[in-house]
Structure formats: structure tokens, C-alpha cells
Design a protein around this ligand. Structure first.
Ligand code: SF4
Ligand code: SF4
Length: 360
């Protein structure tokens, strides 16, 4: 029988929402009992919405500020809550499981006994959660693939969202951390197929948090571009939230370990789980039928057609351009597809779009 504080934590995490939000199954309690001490769980359960100071929370809990401050500091260092220093004061904020606490456990890239244990327990919880959930494609996608800008054919509509390079130009704070999906896989003793592991990018306040608490390091703009290039070369997919403004982060995902990608690939029509709004177009003059694009495509969306030219299955293609970046003769250009909506402008518009799709 779990300590009552963990049962309360289940209800708190359900209310916070997000992916893997909290499910009353043994795997949930095995995970949270390894993740939070009872004292940390109590603090987690008492956190208000929005940013707060240690003093605010101590007052709300009827406890000493020094005691709550020490607990909050330890929790922020363990990725159990958010923390940001502003004007000499540290503000804390509660975090969801995903995006949030589950990723924060592995972004620092540590490989101690705690991380090894959590890698197994988190994986078991996610598996059990998915087995009991309806994870059919959402009517309105929360994630979006960002196509590789330089592969977009001239004359096509390019949204601000797709201009990752210009987003890098506009941001003064860009950080990189370890990829939580691949690092967790390594901790479980799995293969990561030679994929780079230091390509998880955060922008703005998220970058500051990553550096202060998640062992991240700040990048120059030139270094950030190199991270993107290395990811493209390896055949990784750029992913973020489905919004035009304020990217916040860019994950560089693979087909073996990323939760979002593997979930989509298990479906008959991965294209409608998330998409960039682009599709590949093949130049018959330049194509040598080498089939490199078929091997690189993470969605297995390509087959060789009768004319010795690749053919794309648009039910599977999510428009990542991994095929285009690997083509030795530059025979692939990405062009707009008309059946995928442009991303909403901001968080408010995303919520409205989700509500319209019955996901509010
Ligand atoms: S990688 Fe390029 S050249 Fe090779 S089959 Fe694909 S489109 Fe043709
Ligand atoms: S065909 Fe495959 S690699 Fe090319 S854009 Fe579509 S999903 Fe990506």
C-alpha cells in the first residue's frame, strides 16, 4: 500500500495534465516512489499554479522558509520542478510529467544508479500507460515536424515556423543538453544506432533553466547551426510544439527511441500524428535510383516506383526532409502539401484549435 502522499501526488499530476499525466497503476507508484521522497512529494503536492518563491510556499504550507527552500533547491536539481533566478530572487514552478519531469531526469546526461533505476521505471510506466490509453492520432496535433529549410523548393510558402535558422538568429539564449530519449535508452542497455546524443536544444528561459539545473551548456549561434547540421546528417527529425511563435525547444528525434515518433510510427497513418506541411518532390533528371532516401526515411514512406523514381506514401510521410538531406544528387526538393494546416500563431491559438477539434 502506497504512502498517502503518493496517492495525493497521483491526483495532483492528473490535474496538471500533459502526456503520461498520472494513471492509477502499480507502475506509476513504483516510478514516483523512486523519484520523490515523501517530503518532496508533499512539497510537489502543495505547489500553486504559476511561479512562486520558497517563502510563498512555506507560508502556504505553514512551514519554515529555510526548510522548504532546501527541499525546493534539491528538487530543482533533480528535475522535479522548474526554477529560474530573476533579479536576485529564485522563482520555482511546478512541472508536468511530459513535457517536463520525465525528460528532466535524463537531460543532464548522468549515468548513476538513480538514473539507471529511473530509466527502467519510467519506461515501464510509459509502456503500461500506453497499453491502457487510446493513443489514436489527435484530431489536432500538438507536435510539429520542422522541415529542413534549405531543402524547401524555391517559390513555396515558408512559414516563420519553418525558418529555424532565423529563429536561431533571433534568440540570444540557446542551450544544448543530452537527448533524454537516447540517454534513457543507453541507461537501459539499448542501442542508439550511432545517433548523436548531445543535440537537444532549448531557447530563452528554457535555455537558462537547462544550463543552471540540467547540466546544459550555452551555444553560440554558429554552434547551434552546427547542432542542426549534425542532426540532419545523422537523419534525425527536428520536432517542436505545433505553434508558429516561441519554439522554446527543438528536439532532434530518431525513429527508435523518441516517444512521439515511435507512437506515430506504430499507426497506420503516421502523417496525421504530426507533420511539417511539406512533402518530397523527386527530379527524374537528377535521380540515379540509388535508394539512399528509402533507407534514410524514418517513416518507411518511400518505395521505388516503376519508373526507377521513388514514390511517396503521403499517409506515412510527415515531411521531415531526411530523405532530401541525404540525397547525393540533390534530386529531392520539399514542396507544400495542401492537406496539412499551418501551425497556430501562439499558445492561445493552439488551445482554441484544440478546443475546436474536441481536445480542449
Ligand atoms: S537518394 Fe536521391 S538519387 Fe537516390 S533514389 Fe533517392 S532521390 Fe534518387
Ligand atoms: S519521405 Fe520520409 S524522409 Fe522524406 S519527408 Fe517523408 S517522412 Fe521524411
Amino acid at each position: 500500500m502506497s504512502h498517502p502522499v503518493y496517492r495525493q501526488l497521483l491526483e495532483v499530476m492528473k490535474k496538471r495534465g500533459g502526456d503520461f499525466s498520472g494513471m492509477d497503476i502499480p507502475e506509476f507508484f513504483a516510478m514516483v516512489e523512486a523519484m520523490f521522497t515523501p517530503a518532496e512529494a508533499e512539497v510537489n503536492n502543495a505547489m500553486p499554479r504559476g511561479p512562486f518563491t520558497a517563502q510563498d510556499l512555506a507560508k502556504g504550507m505553514g512551514r519554515e522558509t529555510a526548510e522548504i527552500q532546501a527541499l525546493l533547491e534539491g528538487m530543482a536539481d533533480k528535475g522535479l520542478c522548474l526554477a529560474l533566478r530573476m533579479g536576485g530572487t529564485t522563482y520555482y514552478q511546478s512541472a508536468r510529467f511530459m513535457p517536463g519531469i520525465l525528460e528532466f531526469q535524463f537531460m543532464p546526461g548522468r549515468s548513476g544508479e538513480r538514473e539507471k533505476q529511473l530509466a527502467k521505471l519510467i519506461y515501464a510506466y510509459k509502456k503500461a500507460f500506453d497499453a491502457r490509453s487510446d493513443i489514436s492520432a489527435p484530431a489536432y496535433p500538438l507536435n510539429r515536424v520542422i522541415t529542413v529549410e534549405r531543402t524547401i523548393a524555391a517559390g513555396n510558402q515558408v512559414h516563420t515556423y519553418d525558418q529555424v535558422q532565423s529563429f536561431i538568429d533571433q534568440n540570444d539564449q540557446i542551450a544544448v543538453t543530452t537527448c533524454f530519449c537516447r540517454h534513457a535508452a543507453l541507461l537501459r542497455g539499448e542501442e542508439i544506432h550511432g545517433m548523436p546524443n548531445d543535440v537537444c536544444m532549448q531557447f530563452g528561459p528554457a535555455a537558462q533553466f537547462a544550463v543552471e539545473r540540467l547540466n546544459g551548456r550555452m551555444l553560440t549561434k554558429a554552434e547551434a547551426r552546427t547542432v542542426l547540421e549534425r542532426s540532419e546528417e545523422a537523419g534525425l527529425i527536428h520536432m517542436s510544439v505545433n505553434m508558429t511563435e516561441g519554439l522554446g525547444f527543438i528536439c532532434n528525434c530518431d525513429r527508435w527511441h523518441c516517444v512521439t515518433v515511435t507512437r506515430a510510427l506504430a499507426k497506420e497513418k503516421p502523417a496525421f500524428y504530426f507533420n511539417s506541411g511539406f512533402q518530397p518532390q523527386f527530379d527524374a533528371e537528377k535521380c540515379t535510383a540509388c535508394e539512399t532516401c528509402l533507407d534514410r526515411c524514418p517513416a518507411t514512406a518511400l518505395t521505388m516506383g516503376a519508373q526507377e523514381l521513388p514514390v511517396v506514401d503521403l499517409d506515412r510521410c510527415f515531411g521531415c526532409a531526411v530523405c532530401a538531406t541525404g540525397c547525393p544528387t540533390e534530386a529531392i526538393a520539399m514542396v507544400n502539401r495542401t492537406d496539412i494546416l499551418a501551425p497556430p500563431k501562439d499558445g492561445k491559438a493552439l488551445k482554441a484549435a484544440m478546443a475546436a477539434a474536441g481536445q480542449g
